[in-house]
Design a protein around this ligand. Structure first.
Ligand SMILES: Cc1cc2nc3c(=O)[nH]c(=O)nc-3n(C[C@H](O)[C@H](O)[C@H](O)COP(=O)(O)OP(=O)(O)OC[C@H]3O[C@@H](n4cnc5c(N)ncnc54)[C@H](O)[C@@H]3O)c2cc1C
Length: 414
């Protein structure tokens, strides 16, 4: 038996193509996003990057399943591609995350009619640069969205009125909740309370109008400035009953599955941000003497911090690949791999980048020096895509407590 981690010729090509695309189309826009006057101005630059990813890099085709004319690249392929793109601009992942988050439950629980009506226009090129949003998070808190009464839990509701669902509530944080123009994304899946439980309901852009849909505010975030996150209000939005995804009450299970896959992707983002920070610090350490006799890498402690950072970046990349592969192939241990990848990767990234900032020293503290932005971005990783404390560690606890679980199972060593 041979285990190898070498990239195939196709993966090598994907890596080079993604790297070239990022250099030509993303890199020139990064500074404009960081220095934009506010969230709306940053999003306008991000829209250009998003469109370039669709038109010049064919990203939708790479994400889409074959039934929509896509090539649906595998888990490690996706990790390689997103690492290359996110090392330059992590927000580019978020810009397509909504599309991937809605794809999961509709492909799994949706009907063929829903596949054609809801997904095909987004994935087969008939919508030029589509955006989608997965609307779970709410202003009052999300960690306890499925908590049983008397806890309030999820506040957004949908009630039946004839052949329609009528949806009301505030959602926030999801990328693209407002769409590029404030009139909503092409497709939004709302996780809401229906009479028989928590359910997933699709809202199409054509069902949103100024009298039922408001962008209450855009968030002015510390990092990931190109990701426009907003608070929106749904006020009696009417959609056909055929927009229910799966059965009433399927919401928590479907949401959990789609956010498990995205957990693995956070480890890829973590790898990318650490890689970029390492490049910043390593270049500084090998070229700067800080008025001393030698480049600062010749100081043992500086080299040690860089060495330790490098080791932890490699460890994060390996667990990211393993988790991405597990979720793409339907490995029964995917949940455990994805949760560990998310928690380990995100917390390692914040720590490693913080260490690398110390290597650079006070010069790192200027906004014009890139490394501080890597930290601003990475600070989101432990708290988004399901907070580590609020959601992810709890999911791991549930796993550890289940009777079938054993500690050697995921590694195959049991
Ligand atoms: C760039 C970006 C993109 C995002 N994209 C999306 C998206 O597409 N869709 C979406 O729905 N959301 C999105 N979010 C929101 C994100 O997924 C959050 O992880 C989610 O809202 C949960 O937030 P929270 O963990 O802070 O929960 P909260 O409910 O706000 O909890 C806050 C804190 O309370 C404590 N806490 C509460 N309950 C518990 C508990 N039961 N056990 C332990 N501790 C608890 C924890 O300390 C927790 O950190 C995005 C956020 C960002 C920044």
């Amino acid at each position: 038996m041979t285990i190898h981690f070498d990239l195939s010729p196709e993966q090598q090509k994907l890596k080079v193509d993604a790297r070239n695309f990022a250099r030509v189309h993303l890199e020139p826009r990064v500074h404009r996003i960081r220095t934009a006057s506010g969230p709306g101005a940053a999003a306008a630059v991000m829209q250009e990057a998003h469109q370039a990813a669709v038109q010049e890099f064919g990203i939708i085709k790479r994400i889409a399943p074959p039934e929509f004319g896509g090539t649906a690249i595998g888990g490690v392929d996706a990790a390689v591609m997103w690492e290359e793109l996110a090392t330059v601009m992590p927000e580019i992942f978020d810009s397509f995350a909504g599309l991937m988050l809605v794809l999961g439950p509709i492909m799994k629980a949706g009907t063929p009619e829903q596949h054609q009506r809801l997904l095909a226009p987004l994935l087969n090129g008939s919508t030029p640069a589509p955006v989608a949003a997965m609307a779970l998070s709410e202003p009052g808190g999300t960690a306890n969205f499925d908590a049983p009464p008397p806890a309030p839990g999820l506040q957004t509701t949908a009630v039946r009125d004839g052949d329609e669902w009528v949806i009301t509530g505030d959602k926030e944080w999801g990328a693209h909740l407002g769409g590029w123009d404030g009139n909503g994304p092409d497709l939004m899946i709302v996780i809401c309370r229906t009479p028989a439980g928590i359910s997933l309901i699709a809202i199409e852009r054509k069902q949103l109008a100024p009298d039922n849909f408001t962008v209450v505010e855009h968030h002015d975030t510390a990092g990931l400035r190109g990701t426009l996150t907003s608070r929106i209000r749904l006020d009696n939005v009417r959609v056909p009953i055929e927009n229910l995804i799966g059965a009433e009450g399927d919401g928590p299970a479907l949401a959990s599955q789609t956010f498990i896959a995205s957990a693995a992707a956070v480890a890829v983002l973590a790898t990318a941000s650490m890689r970029a920070a390492f490049d910043d610090a390593y270049r500084f350490a090998t070229t700067e003497t800080r008025n001393g006799p030698v480049p600062i890498i010749d100081h043992r402690v500086v080299a040690d911090v860089l060495s330790q950072a490098k080791g932890r970046i490699e460890a994060t990349r390996l667990i990211a690949w393993r988790a991405m592969d597990a979720t793409a192939t339907g490995n029964p241990n995917a949940v455990e791999w994805c949760l560990h990848a998310k928690i380990f990767g995100s917390e390692t990234a914040v720590d490693v980048i913080n260490q690398l900032i110390r290597v650079v020293g006070i010069q790192a503290y200027k906004r014009s020096f890139p490394i501080i932005h890597r930290l601003f971005d990475a600070l989101a990783y432990p708290i988004f895509q399901g907070g580590n404390i609020s959601i992810r560690l709890r999911q791991l606890q549930d796993l550890l407590k289940s009777e079938e679980w054993n500690p050697l199972q995921a590694s195959g060593m049991s």
